[in-house]
Design a protein around this ligand. Structure first.
Ligand SMILES: C[S@@+](CC[C@H](N)C(=O)[O-])C[C@H]1O[C@@H](n2cnc3c(N)ncnc32)[C@H](O)[C@@H]1O
Length: 313
């Protein structure tokens, strides 16, 4: 059977999945997200304005600053984004218990180094590291609750920044995370926007995700869950147009890693059949055109994402 875009189904058979090696995966993600050097600046600004307004200000009105603030972070990677939020939190809460769930080993170690290098800024934060997937963490917590008979610990803040693509079932994950919040606690989720390049590529080629733990999710999927349950939430759209011309330069290592991340195929340039490669590159070239009138202009590839904050009533 031929897909609508004329790439034969056989082109997707036996493609090596990037997520099969999470440390390689993170290198590709870093190349993709950080190549322009803007990533941390964008998240710092977002934390200073949006996170501060939608989460920290709410916390100050509900939770005393002399208590311990408990945070659960799902899929933190190297912790660079987490540290932007932590900077805002430590300014108000001198004591924080911060639980990290991250299955990839190398980025978890990078996160620990980042914290060590930032001393004494985060000295009031006690970290609990879980080198596990979200499913493994849930199982561990179930077993702990069964064996001790105690209620599961609840958190003031739970966040999942670009990590819910890797859970089995978004609805189930959302219900579980909501249940783990204290009353007036906040669930913060960041997912790609519908216009984002990766979402568009996976939407064009759903087979890129087949058989892998990744799902082609965007913020609209979570918003739909909120709409169905009449759940209020606050929303922020982060626009982030960029130029991915490096992906079209066969000699660029950085461009190769970016392509691996966009397709979630390991070593895409070498491992993808010619027809698939051609189609993906041509599609990306079109997405990269910043001005539809000018076929040669670049910089229009969208890395846009949306943050959504839900307060448990
Ligand atoms: C796109 S990266 C985002 C990393 C970080 N939050 C950031 O924004 O820079 C996705 C993260 O989810 C992690 N991840 C993958 N599968 C996961 C799972 N089953 N449970 C929890 N985290 C997972 C990856 O290892 C990676 O660190």
């Amino acid at each position: 059977m031929m897909a609508e875009n004329c790439v034969p189904d056989s082109c997707f058979e036996n493609l090596p999945k990037l997520v099969d090696d999470l440390d390689d995966y993170l290198k590709a993600y870093q190349a993709y997200a950080e190549f322009s050097g803007l990533k941390v600046d964008i998240y710092k600004d977002w934390a200073r304005i949006v996170f501060e307004e939608q989460v920290v200000t709410h916390f100050i009105s509900k939770f005393p600053s002399d208590g311990t603030l408990r945070v659960l972070a799902v899929g933190s990677g190297d912790g660079k984004v987490d540290s932007c939020m932590l900077e805002q939190l430590v300014a108000r809460y001198p004591r924080i218990h911060y639980t990290v769930v991250e299955p990839a080993n190398e980025p978890l170690e990078e996160f620990k180094s980042l914290i060590n290098d930032s001393r004494p800024k985060f000295d009031g934060v006690e970290f609990e590291w879980h080198n596990k997937t979200f499913d493994e963490f849930q199982k561990l917590e179930e077993e702990k609750a069964k064996s001790t008979g105690a209620d599961k610990e609840r958190f003031h803040l739970i966040h999942a920044i670009h990590s819910l693509y890797y859970v089995n079932d978004l609805q189930q994950a959302h219900t579980y995370l909501r249940d783990r919040l204290v009353k007036q606690g906040a669930l913060l989720v960041i997912l790609l926007s519908e216009e984002a390049g990766i979402y568009r590529v996976w939407d064009r080629h759903p087979k890129l995700c087949e058989g892998s733990p990744a799902t082609n999710l965007c913020s609209a999927h979570l918003r739909q869950i909120y709409a169905q349950s009449d759940t209020p939430y606050t929303f922020h759209h982060q626009s982030w147009p960029s130029d991915i011309s490096q992906c079209f330069d066969a000699s660029s290592v950085q461009g190769g890693r970016m392509l691996d991340f966009i397709t979630h195929v390991r070593n895409f340039r070498q491992s993808a059949p010619e027809e698939l490669k051609k189609d993906v590159i041509a599609f990306l070239r079109r997405l990269n055109q910043s001005d539809k009138e000018d076929e040669k202009s670049s910089g229009g590839y969208q890395r846009d994402w949306d943050s959504m904050v839900m307060i448990k009533s």
